[in-house]
Structures are given as structure tokens and as C-alpha cells.
Ligand binder design. Structure first.
Ligand SMILES: NC(=O)c1ccc[n+]([C@@H]2O[C@H](COP(=O)([O-])OP(=O)(O)OC[C@H]3O[C@@H](n4cnc5c(N)ncnc54)[C@H](OP(=O)(O)O)[C@@H]3O)[C@@H](O)[C@H]2O)c1
Length: 295
């Protein structure tokens, strides 16, 4: 199969293109600024509609996995027009091109489409974002349902894994604790942390089986940021007392965050061969990946 992956040098994208490149699939790795390490590199500027149309025209993919996004939550709050352009309008254009060329369209969305008042959200629950990042990603979801003909919206939550520049949460915790630095971590924000290699395999299964509709592809554990940081400290034998508990209300974040954006993954568990894994297993695998430097 011929794949076109956007955001292919990002945290999730770099794993997806690495996994696809190992298989018999052909992969076009789209990037904005940073060049991907695997696949056939294709420059793609999501703020340029003509460029999006041309790239799909030139590559004619069987499947598009759309991961590129403006992911900095506070920046989205400050630069709303740009966030909407990248996360929603570009998604609509790409989805329309997918429909024109008969490509299956997989859009990676977020737990932040929910308000976080009550967690463990199911696919049938109504989004109601509290911040502009979540709003713009939800507008992307709506654009797909309007424009694409064959699509899957895969919502994930707090992905963590190896990346050459982006530090995911366990790495941030480990680096600070190793340097004996205190870090403030919120006790009242809950998510479903997702180990990136597990997410990548689920995304590839969805793409090859062309599973339609909305699916929550996240880790199998609802956990607070603080408890996750504590787990990291325990597993690495680092000093837990350096973790300073705080409330989400104490943080000087520009954008509001949903308090509990954990996702119910029972649908994915039921229908996929690759199952969402618990956070403990994800962390164990991540730690051994770091030790062997396997990425
Ligand atoms: N990270 C999270 O906590 C989280 C949680 C839930 C869902 N998600 C979703 O999962 C997906 C992947 O997230 P991630 O953490 O892997 O993201 P990431 O590491 O921030 O990567 C995002 C990618 O988007 C690309 N991009 C941004 N603006 C672009 C533009 N104008 N034109 C072309 N490419 C552009 C960037 O490419 P360049 O750097 O090359 O410009 C980058 O590689 C996103 O859709 C995100 O919304 C993320």
C-alpha cells in the first residue's frame, strides 16, 4: 500500500513512518520544517492550500495518516487564526483531496476535544472543548465528516515515547529527578497516557483494515500526571520527594486544560488485534527502549 503521513518528523509521526518503512508499504513522509528520518521525504506546508492539493495529486496515496498539527496548547490560545488554519482548514482540504483520489483518511485527534468534567469518554460522547487547541482539532474532525468519504478519526491522549528533540512527559520527569531538581506536577489532571509504539501499531492496523468511524486509541489506564510521575520515579529508582504536588488551578498556563480527559478504549480493545496497553507496561517498554537505545 502507498501511505502519505503528515507530521512525519513529530513524536508520533516518526514512529509511524519508521514502522511503515520496515514493512512492505511505500511511505511518503511529509514534513514542514524538520526532515523525517524514514520514508520518501515530501515537503508540505499546511498553510498553503495549493501545496496540499499538489502533494496529494503527485503521490496518489491509498492511505493518508494525518498527524501534523499545531500541538502547543498555549500557542494555539495565542495564535487562534493560525491554529484554525493548520488544525482545521488544512485538515478539510486534505480530506477533500483524499475523497477525490479515493484515499482512506486517518485523522489523529485528541482527548482535548472533551471538556474534562467527567472522564473515560466514549466515542459516542459529545465533544465540548475548553481550549482553542481542542476547539481547532474538533473543527478538523467536523471538516473530515463533511469532506472525506472514507475516514477514521483516531483520538489519542498524552503520547509518550522516544524522540530526538521532543521530550515526552516521562523523559521530562526522569531528567529533572536525575539532576536532583524539584518539579511541580498537578495531582488533579487525568489522562490516558499512550505509549507511541503501541499507538503506531494501532494506527497501522486501522489503516490497513480501513476501519471506519471514530475510535479512541489511547493507553488502557486513567492516571493523574502526579501518579504517572511517581511511577516513573519508582521504576527508575529516583527520588519521589522531588515531585511537588500542585493543582491545575495553581498553574500559570495560558490555555485552560480539561481536568479529566481520559478515554474509554473498550471499542478499540474489542475490535483491534493490537490492544491498547496499560501505562505500567508502556513505561516498562519505554524504559527498556531507552536503555537499549533502540530508536
Ligand atoms: N502530543 C500530545 O499530547 C497529543 C495528545 C493527543 C493528540 N495529539 C495529536 O496527535 C498528533 C501527533 O502529535 P505529536 O505529539 O506527534 O505532534 P508533534 O510532535 O508536535 O508534531 C507535529 C508535526 O506537525 C507538523 N506541522 C506543524 N505545522 C505544520 C505546517 N504548517 N505544515 C506542515 N507540517 C506542520 C510539524 O512538522 P515540522 O516540525 O516539520 O514543521 C510536526 O512534525 C497531532 O495531530 C496531535 O493533535 C497529540
Amino acid at each position: 500500500m502507498k501511505f502519505l503521513v503528515t507530521g512525519s518528523a513529530g513524536l508520533v509521526g516518526s514512529q509511524v513512518v519508521q514502522d511503515l518503512a520496515k514493512s512492505e508499504h511505500q511511505v511518503y513522509s511529509c514534513y514542514g520544517q524538520s526532515k523525517p528520518r524514514k520514508g520518501i521525504p515530501v515537503q508540505l506546508d499546511l498553510v498553503n492550500n495549493d501545496n496540499i492539493i499538489q502533494v496529494v495529486e503527485d503521490t496518489k496515496p491509498d492511505v493518508i495518516i494525518h498527524l501534523a498539527a499545531m500541538t502547543n496548547v498555549d500557542l494555539c490560545e495565542k495564535e487562534k487564526d493560525l491554529a484554525l488554519k493548520i488544525n482545521a482548514q488544512a485538515t478539510g482540504t486534505l480530506a477533500k483531496q483524499a475523497a477525490r483520489h479515493g484515499s482512506f483518511f486517518v485523522y489523529v485527534s485528541t482527548d482535548y476535544v472533551f471538556d474534562g468534567e467527567k472522564g473515560m469518554k466514549r466515542e459516542s460522547d459529545m465533544p465540548s472543548p475548553v481550549d482553542y487547541y481542542g476547539y481547532s482539532k474538533y473543527q478538523g474532525e467536523l471538516a473530515i465528516q463533511d469532506m472525506a468519504s472514507s475516514w477514521c478519526i483516531a483520538r489519542t491522549s498524552t503520547p509518550f515515547g522516544m524522540h530526538h528533540t521532543k521530550k515526552s512527559f516521562p523523559v521530562f520527569v526522569a531528567e529533572n529527578l536525575r539532576a536532583k531538581k524539584e518539579i511541580t506536577i498537578v495531582t488533579d489532571q487525568y489522562t490516558s497516557p499512550t505509549y507511541v509504539p503501541n499507538l503506531s501499531q494501532m494506527l497501522i492496523e486501522i489503516s490497513t483494515r480501513q476501519i471506519l468511524g471514530i475510535l479512541h486509541l489511547a493507553g488502557a489506564t486513567r492516571i493523574s500526571r502526579y501518579d504517572m510521575a511517581t511511577l516513573v520515579a519508582q521504576k527508575l529508582g529516583l527520588e519521589k520527594s522531588l515531585l511537588k504536588p500542585a493543582s491545575i488551578n495553581d498553574m500559570n498556563w495560558i490555555a485552560k486544560r480539561p481536568k479529566d480527559s481520559s478515554l474509554d478504549i473498550s471499542k478499540a480493545t474489542q475490535i483491534l488485534k493490537v490492544k491498547p496497553i496499560p501505562v505500567e507496561e508502556g513505561l516498562d517498554r519505554f524504559i527498556s527502549e531507552i536503555k537499549t537505545g533502540s530508536n
